[in-house]
Design a binder for this molecule. Structure first.
Ligand SMILES: Nc1ncnc2c1ncn2[C@@H]1O[C@H](COP(=O)(O)OP(=O)(O)O)[C@@H](O)[C@H]1O
Ligand SMILES: [Mg+2]
Length: 257
């Protein structure tokens, strides 16, 4: 099972949108996918249209009460399974105070389902906190969305720094950077083009060839509980995320550096 975390400490860079589009897209290609929502804002769970009312049925119980991950997994009508988050997740750090190995809760939980899925996609909160640390220590790979609006690229530096610190500080190998994914591209704006050029100059082949444009259906899709491929299959957003899925598979197979 490849475990791909979608991470950045910045909010609004399209982490959740990317996690949802990757989960549904890889499922559409016939893969067994588990989407893991570790953001207490639970936008991934909402977008995947899974029930979010039962507090006992979220990752919080796995982290804090050592409940089996398989007991809280539900299936999304979009073709993949989901380990849900709920606002209770805001209490994780406090609830785990004094417990052991609190950064490795997710890694341990995912080991128990690794035969059941081909891919696990983790949607991270917009912070480099305990929950993101859990995601990065569980992940084999990371995708870092970089928003081409304004200072989106600046957010990339901090997550690179955090990844650099993982192995020296924990002895656990850091996940590989699968790629920096440019999002909110607007071909009519010079700023957008300049930021993309800058990103490619600096991070070179680490930047995805696929670029996600600003696309109105992508903004609407999460609130209707359908995947972008169901909601607006011919939109520029759906087409871009199909390319992202194929490039993700290619990068996982090592066909990119
Ligand atoms: N390519 C896009 N075009 C238009 N709106 C988008 C696009 N990607 C994401 N959005 C919208 O932007 C907002 C932030 O995206 P989201 O995925 O929630 O970011 P994050 O998880 O990084 O905070 C959401 O309202 C989402 O629907
Ligand atoms: Mg999000």
């Amino acid at each position: 099972m490849d475990i791909v975390a979608i991470a950045s400490q910045k909010g609004g860079v399209a982490k959740t949108t990317t996690a949802l589009a990757l989960s549904a897209g890889l499922a559409n290609l016939g893969h067994r996918v588990l989407g893991v929502d570790v953001d207490p804002q639970y936008n991934f769970s909402l977008g995947a249209a899974v029930p979010t009312d039962d507090v006992g049925q979220s990752l919080f119980s796995v982290f804090v009460d050592n409940k089996a991950l398989s007991e809280i997994i539900v299936s999304s009508p979009q073709g993949f399974d989901v380990a849900r988050s709920l606002p209770a997740m805001y209490q994780t750090e406090r609830a785990l105070a004094g417990k052991m190995m609190i950064e490795l809760k997710l890694a341990k939980a995912l080991k128990s389902v690794q035969e059941q899925y081909d891919f696990c996609i983790i949607d991270c909160p917009p912070a480099l906190d305990l929950l993101t640390t859990n995601a990065l220590l569980a992940a084999t790979h990371v995708i870092i969305p970089a928003q081409l609006h304004s200072f989106g690229a600046a957010g990339v530096v901090q997550i690179f720094d955090m990844l650099d610190r993982i192995e020296p500080e924990t002895g656990i190998p850091a996940p590989k950077i699968l790629g920096v994914l440019p999002t909110f591209y607007d071909a009519r704006k010079n700023l957008s083009k300049d930021l993309l050029a800058e990103l490619r100059k600096f991070y070179k082949s680490q930047v995805f060839d696929a670029v996600v444009p600003t696309s109105a259906p992508l903004e609407a899709t999460a609130s209707v509980g359908r995947s972008i491929y169901q909601f607006a299959p011919s939109s520029s957003g759906a087409r871009a995320y199909k390319r992202v899925c194929l490039e993700t598979l290619a990068r996982l197979e090592g066909r990119y550096k």
